[in-house]
Design a protein around this ligand. Sequence first.
Ligand SMILES: Nc1ncnc2c1ncn2[C@@H]1O[C@H](COP(=O)(O)OP(=O)(O)OP(=O)(O)O)[C@@H](O)[C@H]1O
Ligand SMILES: [Mg+2]
Length: 218
Amino acid sequence: MRTILILNPKGGCGKSTIATNIAGYFAMRGKNVSLADCDQQCSSNDWLAIRPEHLARINHVPLKKGRLHVPIDTEILILDTPASIHDKKMVKILRVAQTMIIPVLPSAIDIRAAERFLKDLIKLRRKTVNNKIKIATIANRVNEMTIAADKIEDYLDNIKLPNGRKIPYMALLRATQNYVHAAEQGKTIFELAPSRTYYDREQWKPLLRWLNSKRSLP
Ligand SMILES: Nc1ncnc2c1ncn2[C@@H]1O[C@H](COP(=O)(O)OP(=O)(O)OP(=O)(O)O)[C@@H](O)[C@H]1O
Ligand SMILES: [Mg+2]
């Protein structure tokens, strides 16, 4: 089973949005996908609950007594995580994932929070057995052609690990109500009218290529 983790302790950066869209994308490609919501807000579970039956099926992963009960035939597990996650829980989650995506919003506050989080993450990564987890960043909810858009691109494009390797910056997702409308209907943007979401689908391509390649695996 492959596990993809969406993590950034900063609230509202788009973790659940990215998690549900990735889950739907792989389910549409015929994979047996489970979506686990480690978040008490249960945004991903709420989304799953209203997902129309005729769309590609995604398994719900019940959280019982702090443990996730993942269906055994799962091929791809998507882990949506809460804001303000504490270190102990983060280490636990980091141990089981092969791939991690960090969404960041284009604001000075979010960039500073991401800097702090990445520092902590690098420390934790050394401590965890899973030092090989592949990480990528994405900029989310970006209003293009703004100074904030330039700043977030510049920041994400230049993040390096202590060994000098770059953390790949994989996508810029624009701010659009398409994500809001899709979420309201238990859908992904890949399940809305292509004419309306063409631009968004294009923006997802580099991230999806990365997820489909060995580069995103240890
Ligand atoms: N690219 C986008 N364009 C417009 N709205 C977006 C975009 N991405 C996310 N949103 C909206 O922003 C809000 C926050 O997104 P989301 O719930 O995915 O964030 P989160 O990181 O999971 O939040 P939390 O930390 O509270 O779990 C939601 O209303 C979502 O629909
Ligand atoms: Mg969430």
